[in-house]
Design a protein around this ligand. Structure first.
Ligand code: SF4
Length: 455
C-alpha cells in the first residue's frame, strides 16, 4: 500500500481477546479509510490508541501498563476497549484515575467515539484516500485466517462475568452483512474464517431470526443458516463460543459433510448442577454428556474444545470430583482450566464459600492432571493418518501448520519436517507456502502437538 507523505500517523496497541482484535481491525480500517497512516513505533506516531482488555485482573494490569508505556513514549494516548468501561471502587473511570493524562477513554465496540476522539486530537487530512483501503478492510491477523464477529454482547448473566455489563445485551449482525464480509475475506485470500461472538449459538435471537438477503436470496439470521452459507465459501470455517443448545445439533451434519470444520469450542465451565446454578449457567452436565455422545455419533471426527473454572466459590470437594468424573466421561479433545479469581464488578464475588487460593490452584492442577492423558490419547488417534493442514509459517528446516482440530493461538500445532536430501528439501520448499493447505502423514504425537511429513 502506498503512503501519503504528510498524513497524520496513529500508533496502535491491541490487547485482549479475538473480539477486541476485531474491534481493533475496524478502527484501523476506518483510520486508513480516512487517510490516516499507521505507525509501527511510538516515536513515529502523532497519537497512540490502546485497545484494552478488562476481563481478569492480570489483563487489567497489562492494559494499564501498556497505557503507561504509550504515555511515557509518546504522550498522546486514546484508550478504548473493555477496560475503558470499568470503574474503580469509588465509581470513577478506572483508566482516568490511574492515568489522568490520557486524551480520551471509550468503552468496547465504540468506533464512532474512538474516531471522534481521533478527529479532535489529530484532525483528519482534507482529502482522504478512501481507495487505499482494501475491500476486505485492514486485518491484524496473518493474511490467511481472519476472525468474523457475528454479534456483540450477551443475554446471559453468568455470575463470574462482567461482559454483559460492559458490552450490553446481544446485538446480532444481519446475515447479509456477515456474509458480505465473509465473501470479501475469501476474495482477499483468507483460507480460514473463525466465527466469534460472546454466544454464537444465540445468533439472531435478538432479531427474531429475521430474514435478510444473501446474494439476493432470502435467508434467516440464524446459526444453522449461517453455517450453511459459510460452508459454501470453500474455506475452513471454525465455530467458537458455541453453547450446547439443542439447535446446535443442526450444524453437526454440515461438519460430517465437510462443509464446515468438525470443531466446536464449547465453554462448559463446570459440570455439577449446584455449581452451574451458582454460576448462573443455563446447562446440565447430564444433558451435555448426552449431547456430546449424539454429536460424535453424527460426526465421529468432531474435535471439542472447552474451558472450565476450578475452585468456584462454594465448590465442595465432592462437586469438584463430580467435575473430574464428567471430564473422564466426556473425553474432550482440548481443555483450558482457570483457577477461579474474583473479577471486579462480578456478582460471584459476593457468593459465600470463597476458597483459599491454594485450594483453587491445587484443584486446577488436579483438573489438568486428569485431562492431560485424555487429550494425549485423543491426539494419538491421529498418528498414521493423512490430514490436510493449513501452513501458518515456515522456519528453518520445518513448516508449522495446524490441522482442522487446531484453532490458532489456543490449540496445538503440526510440525512438518523438511526431508533430509538436498533435492527433497528443494521439493519441500516448492510445495509448501504460508497459507497453503497441504496433506501430511502424522508420525508422532506428544501431549499437545503433532509431527508429520508431507505426503
Ligand atoms: S455467556 Fe456468560 S460468560 Fe459468556 S459472555 Fe455471556 S455472561 Fe459472560
Amino acid at each position: 500500500m502506498s503512503s501519503v507523505a504528510n498524513a497524520p500517523r496513529v500508533g496502535f496497541v491491541s490487547l485482549g481477546c479475538p473480539k477486541a482484535l476485531v474491534d481493533s481491525e475496524q478502527i484501523v480500517t476506518q483510520l486508513r479509510a480516512e487517510g490516516y497512516e499507521t505507525a509501527s513505533h511510538y516515536a513515529g506516531a502523532d497519537l497512540v490508541i490502546v485497545n484494552t482488555c478488562g476481563f481478569i485482573d492480570a489483563a487489567v494490569r497489562e492494559s494499564l501498563d501498556a497505557i503507561g508505556e504509550a504515555l511515557a513514549e509518546n504522550g498522546k494516548v486514546i484508550v478504548t476497549g473493555c477496560l475503558g468501561a470499568r470503574k474503580d471502587a469509588s465509581g470513577a473511570d478506572l483508566v482516568a484515575s490511574v492515568h489522568p493524562s490520557v486524551l480520551a477513554i471509550t468503552g468496547p465496540h465504540d468506533l464512532p467515539a474512538v474516531m471522534q476522539a481521533v478527529h479532535t486530537h489529530l484532525p483528519k487530512p482534507h482529502d482522504p484516500f478512501v481507495d487505499l483501503v482494501p475491500e476486505q478492510g485492514v486485518r491484524l491477523t496473518p493474511a490467511h485466517y481472519a476472525y468474523l464477529k457475528i454479534s456483540e454482547g450477551c443475554n446471559h448473566r453468568c455470575s463470574f462475568c462482567i461482559i454483559p455489563s460492559m458490552r450490553g445485551d446481544l446485538v446480532s449482525r444481519p446475515i447479509g452483512e456477515v456474509m458480505r464480509e465473509a465473501e470479501s475475506l475469501v476474495k482477499a485470500g483468507v483460507k480460514e474464517i473463525l466465527v466469534i461472538s460472546q454466544d454464537t449459538s444465540a445468533y439472531g435471537v435478538d432479531l427474531k431470526y429475521r430474514t435478510d438477503f444473501v446474494a439476493g436470496r432470502p435467508v434467516r439470521t440464524r446459526l444453522t443458516e449461517l453455517a450453511r452459507e459459510l460452508g459454501e465459501l470453500g474455506v475452513w470455517i471454525r465455530m467458537h463460543y458455541v453453547y450446547p443448545y439443542p439447535h446446535v445439533d443442526e450444524i453437526l451434519p454440515l461438519m460430517a459433510e465437510g462443509k464446515i470444520l468438525p470443531y466446536l469450542d464449547v465453554p462448559f465451565q463446570h459440570a455439577h448442577p449446584e455449581v452451574l446454578k451458582r454460576m448462573r449457567r443455563p446447562a446440565s452436565a447430564q444433558k451435555n454428556l448426552e449431547r456430546i455422545r449424539a454429536w460424535r455419533a453424527v460426526c465421529p471426527e468432531l474435535t471439542i474444545r472447552s474451558t472450565f473454572i476450578a475452585g468456584f466459590p462454594g465448590e465442595t470437594e465432592e462437586q469438584f470430583e463430580y467435575l473430574l468424573d464428567f471430564l473422564r466421561e466426556a473425553e474432550l479433545d482440548r481443555v483450558g482450566c482457570f483457577a477461579y479469581s474474583d473479577v471486579e464488578g462480578a456478582s460471584a464475588n459476593a457468593l459465600e464459600g470463597a476458597l483459599p487460593a491454594a485450594v483453587r490452584d491445587e484443584r486446577r492442577a488436579r483438573f489438568m492432571a486428569v485431562q492431560e492423558p485424555i487429550s494425549a490419547k485423543r491426539l494419538k488417534r491421529q498418528v498414521g493418518r493423512i490430514l490436510p493442514v493449513l501452513v501458518d509459517r515456515l522456519e528453518s528446516g520445518q513448516a508449522i501448520a495446524r490441522s482442522m482440530a487446531d484453532a490458532p493461538e489456543i490449540d496445538g500445532m503440526v510440525y512438518i519436517d523438511a526431508p533430509g536430501s538436498v533435492s527433497q528439501r528443494m521439493r519441500f520448499r516448492q510445495n509448501i507456502g504460508v497459507g497453503q493447505i497441504v496433506n501430511v502423514r502424522v508420525h508422532t504425537a506428544d501431549g499437545h502437538d503433532l509431527r508429520a511429513a508431507l505426503t
